[in-house]
Design a protein around this ligand. Structure first.
Ligand code: IDP
Ligand code: MG
Length: 158
């Protein structure tokens, strides 16, 4: 067992649909410790830095689909001029895996109904994009990288 930190983002669909509280309720139920929280406006630069490693990979080999990913996290499809995303850092034993389990599968239609994505996510019928309410780091390397993008060191409880 290892003490880990992981990054969660309440994405613009979650913010606009007022799901931040419900999502956090489920995250709190994991008994992981909340050690960082901030709300940020997602600029183009922040979006591209966050998703830099996905460019050209899997479904994002299609450039247009990669731009959809960027525009989505910038809140372009959810009409929020403030482009708000809530960033959270959870810490605990195996935090990455524990939080991913509460978050659920990438495709909301494959995600178990007792997960955040399974309960609240949806697939955009027009574009096939997974509007899955939250982001959670996929492994510890990703987590360290992403926490460094969203937070300054002094903003996380040691
Ligand atoms: P993850 O968020 O479960 O780690 P990633 O592969 O990192 O999944 O993809 C980032 C985001 O891009 C997903 O959360 C989802 O919103 C979207 N996405 C990923 N793969 C697909 C796909 O095949 N179709 C539609 N949307 C996708
Ligand atoms: Mg991922």
């Amino acid at each position: 067992m290892a003490l880990e930190r992981t990054l969660v983002l309440i994405k613009p669909d979650g913010m606009q649909r007022h799901l931040a509280g419900l999502a956090m309720d489920r995250l709190e139920n994991t008994h992981m410790e909340l050690v960082g929280a901030k709300i940020r406006t997602v600029t183009d630069e922040l979006a591209r830095e966050h998703y830099a490693l996905l460019e050209g990979k899997g479904p994002f080999a299609d450039k247009k689909f990669f731009e959809r990913l960027i525009n989505f996290i910038k809140g372009e499809y959810h009409g929020d001029p403030k482009r708000r995303v809530l960033a959270l850092v959870y810490q605990g034993e195996n935090a990455v895996q524990v939080i991913r389990k509460a978050v659920g599968a990438t495709n909301p239609e494959d995600a178990s109904p007792d997960t955040i994505r399974g309960a609240f996510g949806r697939v955009c019928r027009r574009h096939g994009y997974y509007e899955n309410v939250v982001h959670a780091s996929g492994n510890t390397e990703e987590a360290d990288r992403e926490i460094g993008i969203w937070f300054n060191p002094g903003e996380i409880i040691p």
